[in-house]
Design a protein around this ligand. Structure first.
Ligand code: IMP
Length: 423
């Protein structure tokens, strides 16, 4: 049985959590493949709003197995609070939530290192969520990290101490003032490990290979977005993992020829949180309206998201890198009420018109070229099928499809599970 893959095509926050939740009923296994608690996947159903950080978004469906893959980095402290937040839902977690032994652990000192590194960068800071993501992936590729499977080793505490001491020396090297009480943070960390130990640690690549062999359906769930990919994103203003399709292969051990559909999620406009170039960012009233109507505030950090028009050049680039086979457009309802909508269809790059994403996308090198569309006034949030949508919106959707040559299969018109139009 082939697996399917779902990922974000912009700078994250596209609404992946909602769509995984909507699609979960069709899958036996939901497997998260990269990132960590820097993500905040928001789900809304039955009047409840819930934010997941590390746990896959299939956790609310009674039959799905949720798997945290080797490509994910896990902070036991955040994870414990996520588990506690789920208590009221009475989910049989030990039978529904599995952890890869090869997933790396975020230590308290990784979080401190993240803070020290950002402080040392000053104005050039990445705008990290400060969850320790960068330092943990650095230890992974530097071959120093601790993994879930190491928790079972008799000398885990000594290994922990050796790494934490190295981190302390590095924090001192940064020479910035970071206040912390390590014994307190360590107590919290080791307490949280006890919660983690109540869940099965598995050889997840074997588990998934057997599941595919036995005909089980798998949905691979990405976090962040393609433009935050460490290789193909707006480096260095990116996260530290491969958020693109290849990340599902390395982050789960699923071979490329065992993946079929690639679902690409994008917002009807664009947002970005943190620093870095954003060609279609709107600094005026339109951007403010998108932020206000779309409630564009980070679910992890509470930071206001930068907003702007849809960038089709960037979207095409993401579709190409990921091999997207089906598109899903989110938050179409947020665009109701604009007289005119704009879509960036090309860039003016150092005086020449181009239609691909170049190496330098800073404002001094590049300005967007827009095509305008007539807006619509109708409230979409109660609409339940494609025929109900205003014709200005269907023209907008069909223009995007035509440019990208990939069908838009879902149009989301509100945060609730029910506000999802299938085509
Ligand atoms: P980090 O991954 O926390 O180090 O953050 C690196 C960059 O990625 C920053 O600009 C963050 O704002 C951004 N980022 C990380 N995770 C997310 C996410 O889930 N949604 C949107 N942006 C994110």
């Amino acid at each position: 049985m082939m697996a399917n893959l779902l990922l974000g095509l912009q700078w994250g926050d596209e609404g992946k959590g909602k769509i995984v939740d909507v699609l979960t009923q069709n899958y036996d296994i939901i497997a998260r493949f990269q990132g960590g608690p820097n993500a905040g996947h928001t789900l809304e159903f039955d009047g409840i709003k819930h934010v997941l950080r590390t746990i896959p978004s299939g956790i609310f469906h009674p039959n799905a197995i949720n798997l945290i893959g080797n490509g994910v980095v896990i902070d036991p402290v955040v994870f414990k609070s996520e588990i506690e937040g789920l208590a009221k839902f009475n989910i049989d977690l030990p039978n529904r939530l599995l952890l890869s032994r090869k997933a790396h652990l975020i230590l308290p000192t990784h979080r401190l290192l993240d803070a020290a590194s950002e402080a040392a960068k000053g104005k050039a800071k990445i705008g990290s969520t400060l969850k320790g993501i960068g330092p943990t992936y650095m230890d992974k590729t530097g071959r120093n990290g601790l993994r879930i499977g190491d928790i079972e080793l008799s000398d885990f505490k000594e290994r922990y101490r050796a790494l934490a001491e190295k981190h302390e020396a590095m924090i001192a090297f940064y020479d910035v003032s970071i206040q912390y009480n390590l014994p307190e943070l360590e107590k919290e960390f080791f307490d949280a490990l006890e919660t983690l130990k109540k869940l099965p640690f598995i050889d997840s690549e074997e588990y998934l290979a057997k599941a595919q062999h036995d005909g089980k359906s798998i949905l691979c769930e990405g976090a962040q977005g393609s433009l935050l990919d460490v290789d193909f994103g707006t480096y260095p203003f990116v996260t530290s993992s491969n958020t693109t399709a290849a990340g599902a292969c390395t982050g789960l051990g699923i071979a490329p020829n065992k993946i079929k559909e690639v679902y690409g999620i994008f917002k009807a406009y664009t947002t970005r949180v943190g620093s870095g170039p954003f060609p279609t960012e709107d600094f005026g009233e339109d951007g403010d309206t998108m932020a206000r109507v779309g409630n564009e505030f980070g679910s992890v950090t509470g930071r206001k998201r930068r907003c702007g028009w849809l960038d089709l050049v960037a979207l095409k680039y993401a579709v190409q890198i990921n091999g997207v086979t089906q598109l899903m457009m989110m938050k179409a309802d947020v665009l109701s009420g604009f007289e005119t909508l704009k879509v960036c269809t090309a860039y003016n790059y150092r005086g020449a018109q181009i239609s691909h994403m170049p190496y330098n996308i800073e404002p001094e090198n590049l300005t967007p070229i827009y095509r305008e569309f007539k807006g619509w006034q109708a409230d979409l949030t109660g609409m339940s099928n494609y025929e109900m949508l205003p014709e200005e919106l269907t023209a907008y959707i069909e223009f995007i499809e035509n440019e990208i040559q990939v069908p838009i299969k879902i149009v989301s018109v509100g945060p609730d599970r029910k506000q999802t139009i299938l085509r």
